[in-house]
Design a protein around this ligand. Structure first.
Ligand code: SNW
Length: 286
């Protein structure tokens, strides 16, 4: 009696175990289980947590309602959609902690006009590049800073951890650098006169110029460090999916549409346009 009752249960257990083994599920096989449910290795399957910036308009910023938007944000959402993920949650961070937060698994990605450099590749992996431009010194009309040479003896703001900081340390050696956690704080200091100028990304500089009547004093090419999406090291399925999405967004004109929306009037770079729209003229070095 006991035996005949037990038998179906044993059979079911054996069958379940066999199915689990075949599907790669079950206790010790959980890594392949999560690979099936969570191919990109996201913190929460089906959702991408992104570390970004609240004040890098028009690349990445929080609007009046607190929603993240901008060129980089919209491009990332489009690429995530192509990778099959529609839930993307952006959080504002200080730039200086952003790559570490991606590397240590607090976020799935970093999206904030982050230039790809060998040094940063020691901390994170990057998608392919999706934007290349200039670094700009902006100042007030009365500061007397009319070009990079005039920065000698002046107080120049940089956001900590940026390429601007590294460039200024190396090349603006006679300026006094003042490090800020973010652009808004630095621009307040420019407007109040506590620093003479601030050094930031070209399009963000343009936005602050328009907002506060500031002027550009110097544009430094940064085409050797195009912006990419930062991902924790070794998440190759995720990075590959982002790269495929980026290539598709460039080829079907989505990248161009977003560029025109967020950077109106800026010269159109060729290397990210659909192949049919690229001429034989070589683009600025990547
Ligand atoms: O290197 C450039 C790139 O060519 C493009 O112009 C977008 O900005 C950059 O990636 C540089 N961005 C800075 C950096 O990566 C600052 C980023 C920020 O303030 N959000 O450090």
């Amino acid at each position: 009696m006991t035996r005949t009752n037990l038998r179906p249960g044993v059979l079911i257990a054996a069958a379940v175990a066999a199915v689990l083994a075949l599907s790669g599920c079950g206790g010790s096989a959980s890594p392949s289980s999560s690979a099936a449910d969570n191919p990109y290795g996201l913190i929460e399957p089906g959702s991408i947590r992104v570390a970004s910036l609240g004040d890098s308009k028009p690349y990445a910023f929080a609007d009046a309602q607190g929603n993240f938007t901008g060129f980089d944000v919209e491009l990332f959402k489009d690429v995530a959609h192509r990778a099959g993920v529609d839930k993307v949650v952006f959080t504002g961070q200080d730039f200086s902690g952003l790559l570490a937060a991606v590397a240590n698994g607090q976020f799935d990605a970093g999206v904030a006009a982050i230039g790809i450099t060998d040094k940063r590749k020691q901390t994170v992996d990057f998608s392919d590049g999706y934007l290349a431009g200039y670094l700009t010194v902006i100042t007030t009309k009365t500061s007397g800073v009319s070009n990079a040479e005039a920065l000698g003896g002046k107080r120049l703001g940089v956001v900590q951890g940026t390429l601007q900081e590294a460039y200024a340390v190396k090349n603006f050696t006679s300026a006094s650098l003042v490090r800020f956690p973010d652009n808004n704080t630095a621009i307040s200091a420019v407007n109040s006169g506590s620093v003479d100028a601030h050094f930031l990304d070209y399009e963000a500089a343009k936005a602050y110029q328009d907002q506060f009547g500031l002027i550009s004093a110097a544009d430094i090419p940064s085409f050797d460090a195009p912006a990419g999406f930062a991902v924790a090291k070794g998440k190759t399925a995720f990075t590959d999916a982002l790269n495929n999405g980026l290539a598709a967004a460039m080829e079907d004109g989505t990248w161009k549409k977003l560029y025109q929306k967020w950077f109106p009037g800026s010269p159109m770079p060729e290397q990210y346009l659909p192949k049919a729209e690229q001429t034989a003229t070589p683009a600025p070095s990547k």
